[in-house]
Ligand binder design. Structure first.
Ligand code: PMP
Length: 453
């Protein structure tokens, strides 16, 4: 597979050589890299991406799930063009109409959201949510789950890529990057996903010190929570006065218009959103209980500045600082609102999930036919292929699976014109028609055949 890959992607290889002279590791984000070198894409359309060697791929990465309506959806394009025309500029830097329009949609759709702040990435959204929780509770530690990713900053780059451990042991607290002070290791409790007993034990021990428990309600977007896990976690966090944060950067709008909280019927205190919300532009948002969100209201600052207007006086230190030149960018919100309007149409999610099901079942049937033990794990329109006969309930189950076969298959798929980032999830869009799914399954069978022969 690797030899064919090298032959098919010669231009990518040359370009990557040059890129390395100008960009560390030849990439602008570590996630974009894979061995021996990543494919350089040129353009895209609907469910397809095209590389600089003239290869055409059915895209199952979709910018890590952000493009739920596919590449270049005409309604999204139109909304951006119209917004540019209306604005007469690219950004206003003042309050504007779409900020409230989008907030109203989020308040309507997400059970936990009463009030909203925008950010420019999912990373900033989870960071703001954690800061709000700390300000609200006056506590300085957080708990996160092993294997859960919340963005690339110090506080949450803890045990995202853990090592294999015996499951009777508790998850170790490991820093995922150099350059991070050990402070974060010392002030983070790492919990095991989908294991309520061990989680309850750890919360019993540390609960009174914790400002927040943050988690991806569906780990990595593909490992669903055990039936009662989220409900019990909700109860425990309430009991200890901990702010429960759902990081729905991946699951928001993916698992339905109300995200994972709508799907599983559990309401957190704060929710972080991103990806789909921006219609393909950089975005993030935090929403949640009004009284917690209110901590970042600047209104009382007027008292401090001596412009008293009858609001109660707060010290500057009582106001949570949140700002950003580009927050609530009018083009981003226009693209996001256009995306939501497409998704709101009746039957969109049903159809998307029907096709995802068709793909998952088809892939499993092919694997079975060729004697490979593996399954498609996921809920909604994202899944991952895990080569294991055991249930997949948390990151450790993936680490224990046959990752070498997965890697081999990934390259065979790339060679067949199916784009998946090696070892990463498969995300679908509404542009993936049932014909495209059938075509994918034909290519999948060819890819499987080539690795067993
Ligand atoms: N949280 C989750 C669950 C994510 O999947 C991601 C991105 N993959 C982030 C946070 C960070 O978002 P961004 O890349 O926009 O900073």
């Amino acid at each position: 597979s690797q030899t064919i890959y090298l032959q098919r992607t010669r231009n990518s290889s040359c370009f990557y050589q040059e890129a390395q002279s100008f960009l560390p590791g030849g990439v602008t984000a570590n996630i974009k890299y894979f061995e021996p070198y990543p494919i350089v894409m040129k353009h895209a359309n609907g469910a397809y991406v095209f590389d600089i060697d003239q290869n055409k791929y059915i895209d199952y990465n979709l910018c890590y799930g952000a493009l739920l309506v596919g590449h270049g959806h005409p309604q999204v394009y139109r909304a951006i063009e119209e917004q540019l025309q209306k604005l007469g500029t690219t950004i206003l830097g003042t309050p504007h109409l779409l900020e409230v329009e989008m907030a109203k949609s989020l308040v309507d759709l997400y059970p936990s959201i009463e009030s909203v702040r925008y950010t420019n990435s999912g990373l900033e959204a989870t960071m703001l949510a954690i800061r709000l929780a700390m300000a609200w509770t006056g506590r300085q530690k957080i708990a996160k789950f092993e294997g859960h990713y919340h963005g690339g900053y110090d506080q949450v780059l803890v045990s995202v890529h853990p090592t294999l451990r015996d499951q009777s042991q508790l998850p170790p607290v490991q820093l995922d990057s150099c350059g991070i002070p050990s402070y974060y290791q010392e002030n983070t409790v790492v919990l095991p996903f989908n294991q309520i007993e061990q989680t309850a034990e750890l919360l019993k021990k540390y609960g009174h010190e914790l400002a927040a428990v943050i988690l991806e309600p569906v780990q990595g977007g593909y490992i669903p929570p055990d039936a009662s896990f989220l409900k019990e976690l909700r109860e425990l966090t309430r009991q200890y006065g901990i702010v429960l944060i759902f990081d729905e950067v991946k699951t928001g709008f993916r698992l339905g218009l109300s995200g994972a909280q709508g799907r599983y019927g559990v309401t957190p205190d704060l929710t972080a959103l991103g990806k789909v919300l921006g219609g393909g532009f950089p975005v993030g948002a935090v929403g949640g209980r009004k009284e917690i969100m209110q901590v970042c209201s600047p209104i009382d600052r007027r008292d401090i500045l001596g412009v008293s207007d009858g609001h109660k006086t707060k010290n500057a230190i009582d106001i949570l600082f949140h700002s950003g030149t580009y927050n609530g960018h009018p083009l981003v919100l226009a693209a996001g609102l256009a995306t939501i309007r497409i998704l709101e149409k009746t039957g969109v999610y049903q159809e998307l999930e029907k096709r995802t099901h068709q793909l998952k079942v088809g892939m499993q049937e092919i694997l079975h036919r060729y004697g490979i033990v593996g399954k498609a794990v996921g809920d909604g329109s994202i899944f991952n292929l895990v080569f294991s006969e055991h249930p997949v309930l948390q990151i450790q189950d993936v680490l224990r699976s046959d990752l070498a076969t997965r890697k081999e298959l990934d390259f065979s798929l790339l060679n067949q014109g199916v784009y998946v980032k090696p070892q990463n999830r498969f995300s679908l869009s509404i542009a993936h028609t049932s014909q495209i799914i059938s075509e994918t399954l034909n290519r999948f069978e060819q890819a499987v055949k080539s690795i067993v022969s």
